[in-house]
Design a protein around this ligand. Structure first.
Ligand code: GDP
Length: 289
């Protein structure tokens, strides 16, 4: 799915989320593990400020294990609960129930003091388009669960998915919009495929990816395409075109096709586990150094 920019939709989505958040105890916020900050909208911090928060580093299978751990620590330091997951295979989902009970332990204790026993935690999933919300809901909820609410003849209400006796999930996720005014954020969103490719110059995007890989993931291009990484970055797309036999009429190298191959290889994980955004060094830590 790609996004289209209709400010009206964004305003409506935000208004709806504001209403939905009133109904829940816990916000499950999905971010893309390859770009954990660029793939979130910090407005959620204000919208969900009185709610427990679980951050899922989704698509963790596509990001570097080392940085996944560093990002998990980064968000934990901010007071959020964090789980690394691959919603597509279900990897990491098992630990979520326990973490949710822990994240909502104050609410559960509050209920207990009021004499309310076993009221399930109510949660909703939020995140930017394409981050994996539907995939997550489907694999987490599976097929075994029953939907509650919306009985025939009753005014349309909220649909809740009953996951177990302790947890109910709002069946429609909240959509957040990325802050893509920042150029670097926009570039990262384009790398992961969250901005329509037809409004992007793919060769320029591929060139930016080449520069990033040469600087931060040495050996990747050589391993995949047999390219000498000492080559001028501008020449690297030519090298990929050669190694993948991308030719135009007259035997000219088809760098546009090569750009597409590189971008696809990155997005599908063929280049390896690559994190594009690194955790910022927090001010307090710098002061101590
Ligand atoms: P939504 O727009 O947030 O609901 O995103 P979708 O659930 O439609 O997922 C967008 C794309 O990401 C789909 O092609 C999914 O198969 C893929 N996807 C979702 N979660 C994961 C994951 O953890 N790992 C990988 N590799 N792909 C994922």
């Amino acid at each position: 799915m790609n996004f289209q920019w209709y400010p009206g939709h964004m305003t409506k989505a935000k208004r709806m989320m504001k209403e939905d958040i009133k109904l829940i105890d816990l916000v499950i916020e999905l971010v893309d593990a390859r770009i954990p900050l660029s793939s979130r909208n910090p407005d959620i911090d204000e919208l969900g400020k009185n709610k427990a928060r679980l951050i899922l580093l989704n698509k963790a299978d596509l990001a570097s294990d080392k940085y996944n751990d560093m990002w998990a620590e980064y968000f934990q330091k901010k007071g959020f609960f964090v789980v690394k997951v691959n919603s597509k295979t279900g990897n990491g989902l098992k630990s979520i129930n326990g973490v949710i009970q822990e994240a909502c332990k104050e609410k559960i204790a509050r209920d207990k003091r009021k004499g309310i026993l076993n009221r399930p935690v109510r949660a909703m999933v939020v995140g930017i388009p394409n981050v994996g919300k539907s995939t997550f809901i489907n694999s987490y909820a599976g097929r075994a669960c029953a939907k509650t609410g919306n009985k025939p003849g009753v005014t349309k209400g909220k649909q809740w998915i009953k996951l177990n006796k302790n947890l109910e999930l709002l069946d429609t996720p909240g959509i957040l919009w990325p802050k893509f005014e920042d150029q670097l954020v926009g570039l990262r969103l384009a790398f992961i495929g969250s901005i329509k490719d037809d409004i992007i110059n793919l060769e320029e995007l591929a060139f930016e990816l080449v520069k990033f890989l040469l600087a931060s993931y040495k050996g990747t291009l050589e391993k995949r395409y047999g390219i000498d990484e000492e080559t001028e970055p501008l020449e690297i797309l030519n090298g990929i075109a050669e190694s993948r036999h991308c030719r135009l009429k007259g035997n000219l190298l088809d760098t546009s096709k090569a750009a597409g191959i590189l971008i696809d290889d990155f997005r599908s994980g063929n280049l390896g586990k690559i994190t594009l955004e690194f955790p910022p060094v927090e001010a307090a830590e710098t002061e101590n150094q």
